[in-house]
Design a protein around this ligand. Structure first.
Ligand code: SAH
Length: 415
């Protein structure tokens, strides 16, 4: 099963190293924010979930759209080509993926770039992967380069570099800030949902932050508590007009979107964000996954994926008007606009055996069915303002040809 969009958690055990580390810390210095807990559990350099397990894929803890069907990545590859064309075919671009998992999505995109090599022939393309997990970057290197990589290249800000099987240079970084500036197409698929969130609860005494503490009654068991008074985060992250009683905020996502928006404003390009999420309406979405099942977020930290819905209204706000934004639009609408039905027909016609055809239909259903991933996953884009409105439109509206619609958010019109 894919990661679900909501549901009840169930408990499971673990090897306990991360729990012991956290328990020591909590005993020594008191409760921590949910964000700090999540950061430790997911990306602690020694024991973090992504650092050690990596989790993505059928044999892991959760499966993602690119792992379900090659069509997903192919359509995203076409989205980038369509935007590259709409933006006047710049002579060079960087494809920058945040949190590439096993590298499958980039692999599928690069296959499309290769198939459309005649279109891209005069364009200098490079790939830049932002990945904190040594284990996953190793898997990405195997998938994309066959394992032929150079660690710690002296002349680069990257921690690793290699050449894709299709001949495109690939670089790895720990932070988006290390990626060189330049015209870039950014991609974040199921990345923002893995970033640490703060949680807040409205009480009779005002907003309080939800914290993680050790349970005094049960040894080495964690529990949620409320901060006795306001915390810096309650002051900074709750809007005065907030109407919900429980709110989750992911400041790290906000900072990254600010960086993306500044980079796109300055150097050009676009960002495509795909994730499950809401538009500032949901409350408690923090949950864990292990072996494709819901998992209690406080049990056996470091052994399960922890995740929270992305608040797209917050991302839009954090773009601060530096770029235009589009979406969120439901995954099934985006993929339909990108021509998934036609692509499915072609693949069905080309596949001789029944098993392959059944697999194609099954994966299409997983991606598109509103009850599965079709409705709860969304696409959201950051684009330069001039991509949507001519800068001098107000003065001479009829003197310019109309701008091509942005594919995915509208029907794809590739000439
Ligand atoms: N995009 C992939 C994987 C999603 S899992 C897919 O859809 O299949 C989340 C990914 O983000 C993993 O690769 C994880 O290691 C990475 N990640 C998590 N936190 C990160 C951070 N703070 N900085 C960079 N990468 C991070």
């Amino acid at each position: 099963a894919a990661r679900l969009c909501s549901g009840k958690a169930e408990a499971a055990g673990g090897d306990g190293a991360m729990l012991r580390h956290l328990a020591r810390k909590l005993r020594a210095s008191g409760p921590v924010t949910v964000a700090e807990y999540m950061r430790e559990a997911l990306t602690n350099p020694g024991q973090g979930y992504y650092t050690r397990r990596g989790g993505v894929g059928e044999s892991g803890d959760f499966i993602t759209s690119p792992e379900i069907s090659q069509v997903f990545g192919e359509l995203i590859g076409i989205w980038y080509i369509s935007e590259w064309m709409a933006m006047g075919k710049p002579s060079t671009f960087q494809l920058v993926e945040l949190g590439p998992g096993r590298g499958t999505l980039t692999e599928d995109i690069l296959r499309v770039f290769k198939q459309l090599a005649s279109v891209l022939s005069k364009c200098d393309v490079s790939v830049h992967l932002v990945e904190v997990s040594p284990k996953l970057s190793e898997m990405q290197a195997v998938m994309l380069t066959g394992g032929k990589v150079q660690p710690n290249p002296e002349d680069e800000s990257a921690y690793m570099k290699g050449i894709s099987k299709t001949g495109i240079p690939i670089f790895w970084y720990r932070d988006i800030q290390d990626v060189p500036p330049g015209y870039s197409f950014y991609l974040a698929h199921e990345f923002f949902d893995a970033l640490p969130i703060h949680k807040f609860q409205r009480t009779e005494k005002g907003w309080r932050e939800v914290l993680v503490d050790i349970d005094p009654e049960v040894p080495d068991q964690l529990r949620f508590v409320l901060s006795p008074s306001r915390t810096p985060a309650t002051q900074n992250f709750i809007q005065p007009e907030e109407t919900r009683d429980h709110v989750e905020v992911c400041p790290e996502a906000g900072v990254i979107v600010q960086r993306l928006a500044s980079r796109i404003e300055k150097d050009g390009g676009a960002a495509l964000v795909a994730d499950y999420g809401h538009d500032g309406t949901k409350t408690d979405t923090f949950r864990g996954f292990r072996n494709h099942k819901l998992h209690d977020v406080l049990s056996a930290p470091g052994t399960a994926d922890l995740t929270a819905d992305v608040d797209f209204s917050y991302l839009r706000k954090m773009a601060q008007g530096k770029t235009a934004t589009l979406g969120p639009i439901k995954q099934r609408e985006f993929l339909k606009n990108m021509g998934i039905d036609l692509r499915l027909q072609v693949l069905l016609q080309n596949s001789g055996d029944t098993a392959t055809r059944e697999q194609l239909l099954h994966s299409y259903d997983m991606l598109m069915n509103p009850e599965k991933m079709g409705d709860c996953f969304n696409f959201f884009a950051l684009l330069p303002h001039h991509r949507l409105v001519h800068p001098d439109k107000k003065d001479k509206p009829e003197s310019k040809s109309p701008l091509p619609p942005v594919a995915g958010f509208n029907e794809l019109l590739l000439k």
